[in-house]
Design a protein around this ligand. Structure first.
Ligand code: FAD
Ligand code: NAD
Length: 404
């Protein structure tokens, strides 16, 4: 009998967790499992702010896909997905095509610029290893340029971060620690450097615990970060950005602008014709696309409504990883034609937001944490994610143990 073909697209949190769980559940004779990913490595997206700021080498945040999967059970294809034809049960890759019986789409997120003029051309965003490495190299380059010019341009030393959501705050936390190192390396007076975080909402980390937000802002300001709260980025230009607070419009000259103010699902979701909202598909409780019983969507390309708030769950690694486990279970049930599919219910343990490697804030199991205890917890969370993906060996190789 022909074995069913299961194809998983994307080796991020959702895709890897689906694959590593599926390879444990199914025998080689039960299904042909193929994992497709653009790169031959998986990366920890949740560490990319560190790579961008230059506080963590990019090799620490990535691992070869073949080290995570059992290659005798899973066929790995390194290629880029360019389209999905659900009616024909086919995936078009840059260099070949794949047929499937069951598909998992786990292609992650993209930066959402909301059509703001100039952002795509003039701002960086943290999208993957390459874009994070580019930000790090760019900052090094402009700092190195500063003392090479006869007329000193202070804007070379101005870094603007758009958005004080979790990504923006974690990024400025790393930058605050990196700037003194950069100043030393390039002989630059610290007071010449500006790190400015611009947030449109009336507070940083909108919706998060106000006491913890105040702690975070105070700590970051103490390290030299400037906040412009209630201020929206309206445009990015070759020289910097234009912001507005109420009726006041201001230009900030900056050689480095990093947009960290929103994400959406992969453009491929729209291209493939799935019903979607900003690249995210509202999946059924079993994680399937509407009307497509053989297509699962997990991670940032999926959308589920939290019945308590009646708002979508935020796109997080925590949810993507848990979805991967449920998706693997449901796929095994379909492949075998026996058992019960599970409904996905997120088991939210909390949120921890780093403020550099040495400080953090968080709410875990309903308990507020800040300072060294939150920072410790953040490393526990990071190491736990590694453990779920690649076991104790991966934790030993890539884990974070600089607890104090
Ligand atoms: P991803 O992990 O982004 O993986 C997508 C994969 O698909 C990648 O491997 C990519 O290479 C591959 N891919 C994409 N397009 C193609 C293509 N066309 N062809 C082939 N392969 C492709 N969440 C938390 O819960 N906790 C945190 O602390 C946290 N910190 C974060 C920090 C930062 C800086 C950022 C940016 C996000 C953070 N998040 C955090 C959110 C979290 O990273 C995402 O929700 C999570 O990565 C989503 O997982 P995913 O599997 O959907 O996508
Ligand atoms: P976000 O949407 O959560 O935050 C974006 C922020 O940018 C918001 O505060 C918004 O008000 C602001 N903004 C939007 N338009 C703006 C403009 N024109 N000018 C200035 N500010 C503007 O996006 P994110 O921070 O990238 O987070 C994406 C997802 O990743 C979220 O689900 C988040 O929970 C998750 N994440 C989690 C962690 C963590 O748990 N430690 C860390 C990073 C990201």
């Amino acid at each position: 009998m022909r074995k069913p073909k299961v194809v998983v697209l994307g080796a991020g949190y959702g895709g890897i967790m689906t694959t590593v769980n599926l390879q444990k559940k199914l025998g080689v004779s039960e299904a042909d499992i193929t994992l497709v990913n653009k790169n031959d490595y998986h990366y920890e997206t949740t560490w990319l702010h560190e790579v961008s700021a230059g506080t963590l080498h990019h090799d620490r945040s990535r691992v070869p896909v073949k080290n995570l999967i059992n290659t005798s059970k899973v066929n790995f294809v390194q290629d880029t997905v360019v389209d999905v034809k659900t009616e024909e049960k086919r995936v078009i890759l840059e260099n070949s095509e794949l047929e499937y019986d069951y598909l998992v789409v786990a292609l992650g997120y993209e930066s959402e610029t909301f059509g703001i003029k100039g952002l795509k051309e003039h701002a960086f965003s943290i999208a993957n290893i390459n874009s994070a490495r580019l930000i790090r190299e760019h900052i090094d380059y402009v700092f190195a340029t500063y003392n090479n010019e006869v007329e000193k341009r202070d804007e070379l030393l101005t870094i603007v971060v758009g958005g004080a959501g979790f990504t923006g705050i974690e990024l400025v936390g790393e930058l605050a620690n990196r700037v003194p190192q950069l100043c030393k390396e390039f002989d630059i007076p610290r007071e010449k450097v500006r790190v400015i975080c611009v947030e449109a909402a009336p507070t940083a980390l909108p919706g998060f615990d106000p006491e913890l937000v105040e702690y975070a802002v105070t700590q970051l300001e103490r390290k030299g970060v400037e906040f412009k709260i209630g201020t929206a980025i309206k445009e990015a230009t070759e020289e910097g950005i234009i912001v507005a607070k109420d009726d006041q419009v201001e230009e900030i000259k900056a050689a480095t602008v990093i947009w960290a103010a929103g994400v959406r699902g992969s453009y491929l979701i729209e291209k493939a014709g799935f019903e979607n909202m900003r690249g995210r598909v509202k999946v059924d409780p079993q994680l399937r696309a509407p009307g497509l019983d053989n297509v699962f969507i997990v991670g940032d390309c999926s959308l589920m409504i939290n019945p308590e708030t009646e708002r979508p769950y935020p796109p997080t690694a925590q949810i993507a990883m848990q979805q991967g486990e449920t998706c693997a279970h449901n796929l095994a049930v379909l492949v075998r034609g026996q058992g019960e599919m599970q409904e996905f219910k997120p088991d939210l343990k909390g949120t921890v937001c780093s403020l550099g490697h040495d400080d953090a804030i968080g709410v875990v199991f309903g308990r507020k944490l800040f300072g060294s205890s939150a920072s410790f917890m953040k490393k526990v969370v990071d190491n736990r994610a590694l453990y779920l993906q690649g076991g104790a060996g991966l934790v030993m190789k890539k884990g974070k143990f600089n607890f104090f």
